[in-house]
Structures are given as structure tokens and as C-alpha cells.
Design a protein around this ligand. Structure first.
Ligand code: GLU
Length: 473
């Protein structure tokens, strides 16, 4: 098979050191789309060699988060997961091979000695041990002998062909004093071993790339094509960080972002189709995606835009799908009401009303809690706003209560009743509604009031009006 017709093999190689980051999700999706659209393979490799920082639960978190965005072992494009730690013998063999071939040498220089020689802590290694022919001894690092002349040109589908002068690439360490290979080498050895043809990863790895490409060549392999994805920044143009920003994919899912909306939004972080259509199902994005079209400039993670995408995805669901998607928020521990108080037939009436109003599934509880709580929530700000004229509010609520006691219990009729009472009190419907809404639902904003009262029923509505009058007194 010629080089060009080699089936594409990409990989996603996260380190299991924390929650699964939205930036990781984007890298994974770009790799996934590349593999799937070309009938290639997506390798999942868990880079778990940093024993001090790795935890098995992070690995599980990665696998389940990937599944949530549609990347899973059930698909024929998926291969793995492989664990970097399992490849340790191969990493050591590669280090030895490089040493035997004269491409790497042992070095016993200390940081202090180097600083004294170069007069700076900033400068790279000066090559002092290059020709000392030291053998392995505990404490001696193995350094790769980088070429003195020429340049290492990496072919990067997003950044063109940056050239790195070899004279500026220090003889870097490939195995530590205890003999253990460093990440840089392990990463290359695994990529070679797993037949990777394209490395699509975050920009933070670009500076490692010339070193890694030299390793590929020194190990007798044809380097891959690289693609370094732009950094993701917040609204202050700062790199998204877990200390400052909400970055865990799980947190977004827990707030009620739909996986499909997240996937759609993440695919557009640094890439887009020229037609400016933004909302598209993943299957289409997958076909249209081209890593060459990814922008090198940093990508703004716009939470407001993600939220609006999510609202659109929510509205595109059927009511049944919407109800199913809401299920986790309608039950313990998320729902604030007693489990037995939840009534699916009531929810079925409210669901379409809520579906057109919320942007996050997590917002469903506050939309419908009035129907399932014994007494409505007490939102003090809403109360203060709607009842700021306690005398007027009391008078109004009393009249409403009186009228509703005998009203036809149906939304249109309830509306007409309230209009009539409002008129008696010299209030337009909107003004008359506010105290009633707060009395009945606890909040100044929410689902259409008369539909809400209809499902709540006469008895409970009147009880709430009474309670509000009492509280006003
Ligand atoms: N394990 C590295 C990371 O999580 C990825 C390195 C790579 O993609 O080459 O940042």
C-alpha cells in the first residue's frame, strides 16, 4: 500500500489526571470525525505513566464522557483503550535502541553544573557529555543527540510547515536517572507501535513536536502528519483552565446540556462550515469536517452561545424525548419534591410549556416545582417585588380568591376572571397577575399562569392564595 492510501489511524491520548476537559472532548471529536469519515481508526490510548497523578476513576470518567459524546467501543472505528503503562517494555527497548545506535548518550551533569557552565538557568543542555561515552549508571539521564545543523520541518495541517532550527533543539532527556523513559519518548513509541498516521492534538504540544519528529526518524519510522488545534480561551481571552473556568464535560452534562448540543458546539470551536449554518447534527458535521480547515487562532468558549445552542436542541426534541431527557431532574436526589408527589400526567401538561422556555434541562425543576411541592418555594426577591404594595396586593388576592371559588376551572376562564378582577382594582392583567403568580408558584417568572393554575387545581390554588393573604397580614 502506498503512503497516501494508508488508511488513516488517529488517536486520542488523554492523561487520566482529572475531570474530562471540554478541550479534550473537542480533540477527541476532531479525531473521531477524521477517522469515521475516512473509514479509518480512532485509537483511544490512556497515557497513564504518571503514577503519582493518575487515578483509575479518571480513566473511567474519560471512557464514560467519551461515550456520552458518541465515541464508544461499539463503533467499528474505535480501537482500544490501550494503556501506555502496559507498553513500558517497548519504551525501554526504544531508549536502548537509540543508545546502541549512538543516537543517545548518558549524562551525569547536574542542573547546578549546567547553570555554572552556561551562566544561565534558561539555556538548554550544552552537550557536555555528548562524547564522554558514559555507560548507564543509576542517576545518569539518557539524552537524545539532536542534529547540529539544518532544521526540523513539521508538516502541520493547521499551521503549515513550521521549521525548527536544529541548533535550537537541545539534547533532551529521553530516560531519567532511574532508567524510566520520559513521556515524550513513550508517546512517540506508542504512536509508532499503534500505526498512527495523523496526530491531532492541542497546541500545547506543538513545541514538543520537532523533538518527537526527530525521535520518529531516529527510530526508523515515517513521522505522522501533525495537526495542532488552537487553544480554547474564556471571555477574557485567557486559556481555559480548571482553576478558573468550568471545564469539565461532566459538569455541563450535569447542568442539563444535551450531549448533541455539546458535540455540535465543540465541533465549532476552531472550525466551521463556510455557509454559516451552525446548528447541524453530528452526522453532517462529521462528513463536512476537515482538519485542514481548522483555524489556528485561539477559539473562544462562549458559554452563552452554547446555552443558546442547547435551547435550540431542547426545542427540537419531541415532547416524549424531552420528557425522557428531563427524567434525571424529576427524581431524587435532584428533584426538590417528595417522590410520591410527582404526577406524570401533570408533568405531561407542563412539559410542552417548559420545553419552549428553558435552555438547560436542569432548569426544569424550578419551572414545575409549584405543581409537586406542598407549598410553593419562597423566593423572597419575587415576593418583595410582587407584594411591594401589601394593602393593594391583599385586596386583590382576596377578590381573586372570591371569584375563583366559583370559576370554571380552565385556563381561558381563569384568565377572564383575573382580567375582570384586575379591572375592578384598576389594574391591567399583567399587574394583576404578578401577586397571584407569586402566591401560587412562589416566583415572578415561570410557565403561563393560567395553565399552571389549571393543573394545580382549585383547591390547592385557593389554599395558596389564602396563605399569601395571611402572610401579607
Ligand atoms: N497525554 C497527553 C495529554 O493529555 C496527550 C499527548 C498527545 O496527544 O500527544 O496532554
Amino acid at each position: 500500500m502506498t503512503e497516501a492510501s494508508r488508511p488513516v489511524r488517529v488517536r486520542f491520548a488523554p492523561s487520566p489526571t482529572g475531570m474530562f476537559h471540554v478541550g479534550g472532548a473537542r480533540s477527541a471529536l476532531y479525531n473521531w470525525a477524521t477517522a469515521r469519515q475516512q473509514g479509518g481508526t480512532f485509537v483511544l490510548r490512556i497515557e497513564d505513566t504518571d503514577a503519582a497523578r493518575n487515578k483509575p476513576e479518571w480513566t473511567e470518567g474519560i471512557i464514560s464522557a467519551l461515550a456520552a459524546i458518541g465515541i464508544h467501543g461499539g463503533d467499528r472505528a474505535f480501537e482500544g483503550p490501550y494503556f501506555q503503562s502496559a507498553n513500558a517494555p517497548l519504551h525501554r527497548a526504544a531508549a536502548e535502541k537509540l543508545h546502541t545506535a549512538g543516537r543517545a548518550y548518558y549524562c551525569d551533569c547536574t542542573r547546578e553544573q549546567l547553570t555554572t557552565r552556561t551562566g544561565s538557568q534558561q539555556l538548554g543542555y550544552d552537550g557536555f557529555c555528548r562524547d564522554r561515552a558514559l555507560g548507564f549508571e543509576e542517576g545518569r539521564a539518557l539524552r537524545f543527540r539532536t542534529p547540529d545543523e539544518g532544521a526540523t520541518v513539521v508538516v502541520d495541517l493547521i499551521r503549515g510547515e513550521p521549521a525548527f532550527p536544529n541548533s535550537a533543539i537541545e539534547d533532551f532527556v529521553i530516560a531519567r536517572g532511574d532508567g524510566s523513559p520520559v513521556f515524550l519518548l513513550a508517546n512517540v513509541v506508542d504512536d509508532i507501535d499503534q500505526g498512527i498516521t495523523e496526530v491531532i492534538r492541542g497546541e500545547e504540544h506543538l513545541s514538543n513536536t520537532p523533538k518527537q519528529q526527530l525521535l520518529w526518524q531516529a527510530l526508523g519510522a515515517t513521522p505522522p502528519v501533525w495537526a495542532h488545534l488552537p487553544v480554547i480561551v474564556n471571555e477574557k481571552r485567557q486559556k481555559l483552565s480548571k482553576r478558573r473556568d468550568k471545564v469539565a464535560l461532566e459538569d455541563y452534562l450535569a447542568e442539563g446540556y444535551l450531549p448533541e448540543a455539546l458535540v455540535n458546539y465543540l465541533m465549532l470551536l476552531g472550525w466551521g462550515v463556510k455557509d454559516d449554518v451552525e446548528i447541524r447534527p453530528y452526522a453532517e458535521l462529521e462528513q463536512l469536517f476537515k482538519v485542514e480547515d481548522v483555524n489556528a487562532a485561539s477559539a473562544f468558549f462562549d458559554v452563552a452561545k452554547l446555552r443558546s445552542f442547547n435551547g435550540e436542541y431542547i426545542r427540537a426534541l419531541t415532547v416524549d424525548q424531552f420528557t425522557a431527557a428531563c427524567a434525571p431532574w424529576l427524581a431524587a436526589p435532584r428533584a426538590p419534591w417528595q417522590p410520591e408527589a410527582f404526577d406524570p400526567t401533570v408533568f405531561a401538561v407542563l412539559a410542552p410549556l417548559a420545553q419552549s422556555r428553558i435552555a438547560l434541562l436542569g432548569e426544569i425543576t424550578e419551572q414545575v416545582d409549584f405543581a409537586f411541592l406542598d407549598t410553593p418555594v419562597r423566593d423572597e426577591a419575587s415576593w418583595a417585588k410582587a407584594m411591594k404594595d401589601p394593602v393593594g396586593a391583599t385586596a386583590l388576592l382576596r377578590s381573586v380568591r372570591e371569584r375563583l371559588a366559583g370559576a370554571i376551572w380552565e385556563a381561558d376562564a381563569l384568565k377572564a376572571e383575573l382580567e375582570a378582577v384586575g379591572a375592578e382594582h384598576g389594574l391591567k392583567l399583567g399587574r394583576a397577575q404578578a401577586p397571584v403568580r407569586v402566591a401560587v408558584t412562589g416566583r415572578t417568572v415561570g410557565l403561563p399562569l393560567f395553565e399552571s393554575m389549571e393543573v394545580l387545581g382549585r383547591e390547592r390554588t385557593l389554599t395558596r392564595l389564602d396563605a399569601a393573604v395571611e402572610r401579607l397580614a
